[in-house]
Design a protein around this ligand. Structure first.
Ligand code: SF4
Length: 228
């Protein structure tokens, strides 16, 4: 169980989660107006493939690989038309290339067989695609304008805990806690805001609290000397 900043928020008199979430979203949106998905794609299928490839690697790395990949593979059928070894080579640089090849081919097969080659919008349908777990499904659904959950990655987890929005450590429970306080209209952009804030300000090891727009709303806020 993570250290509970939920109790710390109460101790510091910062107010309830429901009351703090509005200003948190508002300030982060102002601070990170450019916060969007960093993966590059031109179609729903490319989005799905990019997100599947992004497991255990950086978005920059995925973009480098997909620049060529998406020139060669344009439709779901194309991923099944080559021997698996060829696709493995083409995505090698993203790591875990054997497993990812298996997942991508499996997902493309189900897309063609059950969804007319189109990426479904419903989370339950996305979760039926091989190799698509909850996080991937949430990212894809949100990008397609149909957020049905809240993406929880390492940044979202850390910041949600520090901001006292959850006392849980498990991504599924964190998502459930966030769904209770974050307005539904913000489910798609909220993770992007936390991810960019995590990258730019609220670093895992050295959060820059003195530069943070959430300083007075955050139960984990520390003066600079406490970080040394
Ligand atoms: S005040 Fe510090 S711990 Fe809280 S969100 Fe900002 S950088 Fe992170």
């Amino acid at each position: 169980m993570a250290r509970s900043y939920v109790a710390e928020a109460r101790r510091r008199g910062l107010g309830r989660r429901r009351d703090r979430i509005g200003p948190i979203v508002e300030r982060l949106a102002r601070e990170h107006a450019d916060a969007t998905i960093a993966l590059r794609f031109r179609s729903d299928v490319e989005l799905l493939i990019s997100v599947m490839l992004s497991a255990q690697t950086t978005d920059v790395n995925v973009n480098r690989v997909t620049e060529r990949l998406f020139e060669k593979y344009r439709r779901p059928e194309d991923y099944l038309a080559v021997p698996p070894e060829e696709l493995e080579q083409d995505i090698f640089a993203t790591g875990f290339y054997r497993q990812k090849t298996k997942s991508i081919r499996g997902a493309m097969r189900v897309l063609l067989e059950e969804f007319d080659g189109e990426v479904p919008r419903r989370l339950d349908d996305l979760l039926r695609l091989p190799g698509v777990a909850r996080k991937t499904a949430n990212v894809v659904a949100a990008e397609l304008g149909h957020a049905q959950g809240i993406v929880v990655d390492t940044h979202v987890r850390r910041l949600s805990q520090r901001l006292g929005l959850t006392r849980n450590d498990d991504p599924v429970r964190i998502e459930r806690d966030l769904q209770r306080v974050v307005p539904r209209a913000d489910w798609a952009r909220f993770p992007h805001l936390l991810i960019w804030h995590g990258r730019r300000i609220c670093d895992a090891r050295r959060p820059r609290c003195d530069d943070c727009v959430l300083f007075d709303l955050c139960p984990a806020a520390r003066p600079p000397e406490a970080l040394l």
